[in-house]
Design a protein around this ligand. Structure first.
Ligand code: TPP
Ligand code: MG
Length: 372
């Protein structure tokens, strides 16, 4: 894929696949028979769909970064380097009926669940036609099965537990999934939520997204012990995976989702990855200062997009096929950003919009379109 000197992490600029890493990438998918079966069943169209989703996610980040640099917005929260954790997990869901509760670093889940990219950009501009009608840059759409997050880390664990309980009580064959950062796993809300999900045996999936850092605090500063074993504390089975290998995340998530659908209660996925930028765009330099340079290089060599692209080449997908997908997605993301800018010029947020859609007879708007 094209690299973007003004926006990509420096480690990505001269990116070349490392043959040893590619072999490890393949081995992770072949050594475990369950994962090998799941990945082996993917056809080329599905693999290319994942590539498209990864690219959309990366280019949406780049679009936001461009806006920050050109003064359109002051700050953006990005998921660069962590895209595979989102794309792999959502790919394991049935997007017509399941529900997700993404955190701000899981923006890929929004377009994958069906939200227009232009709406994702509009959220940052707070236009009246943005998903929250200009009230919040946290993005969701109940009609698309996306629960809008709040800032408070860990709360989505309890929320999806409640949603999954509703599914079970109604006898609906649906699952609810959320992502929990390494820092968020340290909150009381997360532990209460995991415990409740386990004892009620609800169809919820928790993806622990260990990107090695919480704001400016490295994982080894905020956690003693092994994050991979957190679900086990509550009797929740979990599958660990390489968070920079989209197919490994997909396979682990499928194992978790299949278990939930079979009625065996909650399941977890623990994905190890790395935040290649700052907590948001404002602290990129500071974020680099908290890690040794060789750690950034280590993770830079594991760019989830670069590795997947190289893996697809190895499987015989011609480079021109990927290049034409990239051209299409680039165009699509650019157009979405322009549409959002046009909204800002056309529809500034009227005060009245702030009071719209909060509740209708006590029922949140959106529920009627796609009941949770
Ligand atoms: C309960 C709570 N405490 C503190 C914060 C401030 N805060 C926002 S993001 C963040 C770090 C989250 O780290 P992690 O869960 O690892 O997610 P990441 O940002 O790495 O994706 C903190 C402490 C918050 N939003 N909520
Ligand atoms: Mg983190």
């Amino acid at each position: 894929m094209k690299r973007h000197p003004a926006y990509d992490p420096p480690e990505y600029l001269a990116w070349k696949p490392d043959p040893r890493l590619l072999e490890g990438y393949r081995r992770a998918l072949e050594d475990d028979p369950d994962r090998a079966r799941i990945v082996g069943a993917l056809d080329e169209a599905t693999l290319l769909g994942m590539y498209r989703d990864l690219l959309r996610t990366r280019l949406h980040d780049i679009g936001l970064k461009r806006w920050v640099r050109t003064g359109v917005i002051s700050k953006a929260w990005l998921g660069t380097g962590e895209e595979a954790v989102t794309v792999g997990a959502v790919s394991a869901l049935d997007r017509g009926r399941d529900v997700v509760s993404p955190m701000i670093r899981n923006a890929g889940a929004l377009h994958m669940m069906g939200m227009p990219l232009a709406d994702m950009f509009r959220a940052y501009l707070a236009t009246a036609d943005s998903p929250s009608k200009g009230r919040d840059l946290h993005v969701g759409s109940l009609a698309d099965g996306v629960i809008q997050p709040i800032s408070h880390m860990g709360t989505s664990v309890a929320i999806v537990t409640g949603v999954a309980l509703a599914f079970r009580n109604r006898g609906e064959d649906r699952v609810a999934l959320t992502w929990v950062g390494d820092g968020a796993t340290r909150t009381a809300a997360c532990h209460e939520g995991l415990n409740l999900a386990a004892v009620l045996a609800v169809p919820a999936i928790f993806v622990i997204q260990n990107n090695q850092v919480a704001l400016g605090t490295r994982v080894e500063q905020h956690t003693r012990g092994d994050l991979d074993r957190v679900p086990e504390l509550y009797g929740i089975p979990s599958w660990s995976c390489d968070g920079n290998n989209v197919l490994d995340v997909y396979a682990a998530s499928r194992l978790a989702v299949d278990r939930c659908r079979a009625g065996a209660g909650p399941a977890a996925v623990v994905a190890r990855t790395f935040r290649m930028g700052g907590h948001a765009t404002h602290d990129e330099r500071e974020a680099r200062e908290i890690f040794p340079a060789d750690l950034l290089e280590f993770w830079g060599r594991r760019d989830p997009l670069g590795l997947f692209e190289a893996h697809l080449h190895e499987r015989g997908v011609p480079p021109e096929t990927l290049a034409s997908i990239e051209a299409e997605v680039t165009d699509e993301v650019d157009r979405a950003a322009d549409e959002a800018l046009a909204s800002r010029d056309r529809v500034p947020p009227p005060e009245a919009a702030l009071y719209e859609g909060i509740s209708e007879g006590g029922v949140l708007v959106g529920l009627s379109k796609r009941p949770l």
